[in-house]
Design a protein around this ligand. Structure first.
Ligand code: CO
Length: 134
């Protein structure tokens, strides 16, 4: 079952510069910075109320995020919905007609199980399903 908006992710070309901008403009700061080799990204999480901003910087030119920035520029990359069952939520989305990027859950930030739904199925905005302790 979907329970919350876990985070909203923005693709950026320079994570450190972007984190500084958020701090300068809004006084909010990252509590967690992590490299996720499987996705070829470095991410910073900035908690805001019940949810978080995730800033995603590609660490390789062949990362999906690098292609995203090359074609669309920096910007809204995905919205993550928290669920108590990623595999079940992926299955439900597929049964509902969604094109999945991940047929099975894979490891994401914080060691959480995640799975992505293709943005073509969801109004141009990629949806991440995330299962985690929070
Ligand atoms: Co995310």
């Amino acid at each position: 079952m979907i329970k919350r908006v876990d985070h909203i992710a923005i693709a950026v070309s320079d994570l450190d510069a972007a984190l500084k901008t958020l701090k300068d403009l809004f006084g909010v700061e990252a509590v967690h910075i992590e490299e996720i080799p499987a996705q070829k990204v470095r991410v910073g999480f900035v908690p805001i109320g019940d949810t978080k901003l995730e800033l995603v910087q590609p660490t390789s030119e062949d990362a999906g995020t690098a292609k995203f920035i090359a074609t669309r520029g920096e910007g809204l990359h995905h919205i993550a919905l928290g669920t108590d069952d990623v595999a079940g939520s992926l299955k439900k989305a597929e049964e509902g007609g969604a094109r999945l990027i991940d047929k099975e859950p894979r490891p994401g930030a914080h060691g959480a199980r995640v799975g992505f739904v293709h943005p073509k199925s969801t109004f141009g905005v990629m949806i991440e399903l995330v299962e985690g302790p929070e």
